[in-house]
Design a protein around this ligand. Sequence first.
Ligand code: GRG
Length: 297
Amino acid sequence: MSSLDDYLRQKRTLVDAYLDEALRQCDGCPATLLEAMRYSLLAPGKRLRPLLAILACEACGGRDRDALPAGAAVEMVHAYSLIHDDLPAMDDDDLRRGRPTCHKQFGEATAILAGDALLTRAFEVLARMYPSSVGAECCLELAAAAGAAGMVGGQMDDLAYEGARERLSPVSLQQLEALHARKTGALFRVALRMGVLIAGGSNDLLERFDEYGHRFGLAFQITDDLLDVEGTADNVGKRVQKDAGRGKLTYPGLLGVAESRRRAERLCREACEVLSPLGPAAARLAELARYVVERDR
Ligand code: GRG
């Protein structure tokens, strides 16, 4: 088996080529809008969500290329969420993936529209590329994960808790985890679920990958919060040490750095255990969970 780094490099190349092609086929799209969409979508991110779709599909007996449209769709939704999250009305950030944010580069109105266009393009890709009932299932799953009961709802909770902190109302670990299960976890889980569905995996596999995704997502978020405290803007590609200043609810803020790290480690171990009955088919997913808690960006 090649090293994880080689494997990730090879799959990211496939994903980026697919994303590039998916935007090339955007007939009728105004040039500036297309440029803004491309700028954000193809910026150097980790491509974790497409990788999860591919890995789940492969672990269930499918081929990587079968999962590319689903991986591209979830990456488009992710890119839209980052563009909108960076806007002055939300997190008001200037730096993302080591570059000026979309609204800094193209202006707020174009950034809003680029986000909207990426979100809708995601569903077009799914509907076009999976014409069978799998396409409809993927559309439904992605809509639920991205929408009001998923990522958007989680973002809303986050804003509400920020207000609550200003009023000094304590927020529990349970509330924090429920927020992140939606805000960040939902897209990881749906990437995995679509990978399983595309490979024709059983309901048992769907549940197993969902459990893995839940733990993976929380471990990812804890590490993201720790990087905000301990990382540098050069590595992370975005401004760091901003959460505490904004009164944001974070794991280190609630549990401290050492306990947050222990929790991430435990979630990572549990994620790997959930998939261990799959044997070598799930080896890469275990490696990816480890990578996510050990990363420095
Ligand atoms: C605005 C609708 C709307 C939703 C925003 C997910 C989200 C909700 C906002 C993103 C803000 C944020 C930085 C959340 C922390 C977790 C996260 C999603 C980090 C970025 O994901 P990575 O590390 O990014 O996978 P790359 O750039 O590698 O793809």
